[in-house]
Each structure stands twice: as structure tokens, then as C-alpha cells.
Design a protein around this ligand. Sequence first.
Ligand SMILES: [Zn+2]
Length: 381
Amino acid sequence: MTETGGRQAAIDRAFMRQALAFGARGQGTTWPNPCVGAIVTQDTPDGPVIVARGHTQPGGRPHGEANAFDRAGPNAAAGGTLYVTLEPCSHRTIRAATPCVERTILAGVRRVVAAMADPNPLFRGLGFALLRTAGIAVTTGVCEDQAQAAHRGHVLRVTQGRPMVTFKIARTADGYAGGPGGARLAVSCPAANGWVQLQRTHYDAIMLGIGTVLADDPLLTVRLPGLAERSPVRVILDTHLRLPLSSQLVKTVAQVPVWVIAAEAAPVENEMALVAAGVEVMRVSADPQGHLDLAEALRLLGTRGITRIFSEGGPTVAEKLALAGLLDEVVVSTSPNALGQPGVVAVRPGLAAALADPDLYALAETGLIGHDHFEHFTRTG
Ligand SMILES: [Zn+2]
């Protein structure tokens, strides 16, 4: 690579990192659409400067590029460069908004730098081709790994029909998530609990098993100052529709939606009572022991537009998802405090083996949050 080319590549990476950071702001709010970040720059004698930034808006529109052009104002993008974290869309949807490729051409952009192509095989490369046909220079694959990670939920929904799933498991120093007989434990320190609340805002849905709901009666909303509006959909795996009408979840259904996934054989009268209270009930297959078909449940959530799921409960569910290849990110937090007696094992043997297998998972990050030690695993296989 020439010296000039090398310098341009470094500039491109720097602006793309900013586009990725800006795009991340809308994470959890744009489903069923991906959360795209976009930055428009103009060259000046002192080097390129940012004239506008944008990201996909809540509900999925306007798209990131359109949001950046809207913010830039008339003519401000003409002759400039658009940095975008995903290939601009080229097709009109039912809602008939102007595709971002058209917006880019109309804005007079001279060059487009994109991190990755559209994962949908029907459209992949079409946006780039249309831009090039219009005489715009196109560079692709800049910071692609980071973009693939940022858009993982969207990519999985488009290519496999299911959302990405992140599981958070909290355990004591001796490895337990619950006390003897499943008794509730306050495992995490306050700082780690705050971190979990913040994580929830980056996801479209929180998923929990009915066992945890019956034991803890959780609210599962975001209670951090200023972020209450960012509470994701609350999804409960509830084979027999045991969710009590008196639970905090049902009582707050008007503020944040509750979706319950039940077995086909669950009592119809329970469904009617929950639906009357405002809960949405969906049904999937279950095995004779009453275990829901998790792959089917995830596909169902994918058809409803969910791209990212955060789950905080159920060592058994975590293990089953991991062994089925349906668990994409695993965060294990370990408290310095021990339970001191046998309890509910947090990381079951099958999950522990999977996390230790380099063909399945890689340890992406470790660190301390408050007093708790965190390990972040990401699926590789
Ligand atoms: Zn678009």
C-alpha cells in the first residue's frame, strides 16, 4: 500500500470507529431494523471534518444514513464522504421511505465507506453496485469485524431467522447461582447490578424462565435514571402458563410489554386471563417433559422482529441453548463471596465444557465490575 493509501485507510478506520460508536447509541431501540451509525465528512485544507452524524432512530426509521443527511441539512453532504456501518439499503419497503442509496446519490456524496455488506443474500452488494453506477467511489470492509459484532442480532435474524442471545450468569465464589433447594441468593454487588441494568437497555428483549419469575417476582425493567424508557420487551418462558396475574410483570404490562411463550397444551383459561390483563401469549412445541422447543421460541421471536435477547436466568436454559448452538454471548460474573454449602450450580457441566472448547467459544474479555470478576465469552463455532 502506498503511503497516501495507508494514511487514507487510517483516516477511514478512525471515522468508521466513530460511526460504530454513534450507531451503538440506538442499540435495543431500532428493532426490527439494525442500528446503523453514519458519519458525513468534508475535506478541508486542514484535513477531513465531520459535518453530520446519524444513527437509526427508535422503531427503525429513519435509517442511520437518512438521519445523518437530515441533520446535515441541504447541500452540506455534497462532495463529502459517507461512513456507514452497514451497506446502504437499496430497496423500497411497504412503508415506501426513500432508500438510503437514493438519499446518498441525491445528497451528492462523492465517496461511501462501508463496514460490511447487507447480510441478506437477496440484496447483498446491490447498494454498493448502484452507488458505483451513480459514479460514487465505494470502499467496503473497513472495521468489518467490529461491525459484524455490532450487527450480530440483525445478521442472525436475516440469515438464521433467530435473534442473537446473550446470557448473563451470576455465581458465588464456589460456583452457585442459588441456595439449597433453589433459595434466592443476592450474588452480585451493587455495581454489577447497575451494569446489568445498563446492558438491558442495549437489547430488544429480556428473557427469563417462569421458575425465576415465581421465585423472585422481578420487574425486569430498567430503573437507571433517565433510562426508564429504554426497558426492553419482557419475554417469559412459561410452559404451563403459570405466570400469576398478581405478579409485578403483569401489573406493569401497560408500561413495558410482557410476552409469554407457552406449550401448545397449556390451559386455554390461563391464556384468556393473561390476555385480558394485556399479556401477549405465544405457543410453541414442547417435549413430553414440558421443556419448550427453544429453537422454535427464538424463531418465533425473530418473526416478531426481535434481534437481540438478554437473558439473566436459568442455568438449565443456558446449557440447553449453548449445546444447541443458540447461545451467542455468555457473561459469567463471580462474586468474591462463597455460599459455603451445596446450592444450585450456576454453570452446568455441559455449558462449562462448551465455554472451554475453543471451537465453540472464545474468552473475549475479562475484568472487574465492583467486587465481581467478569468473563465475557463469545460463540465462535
Ligand atoms: Zn436505509
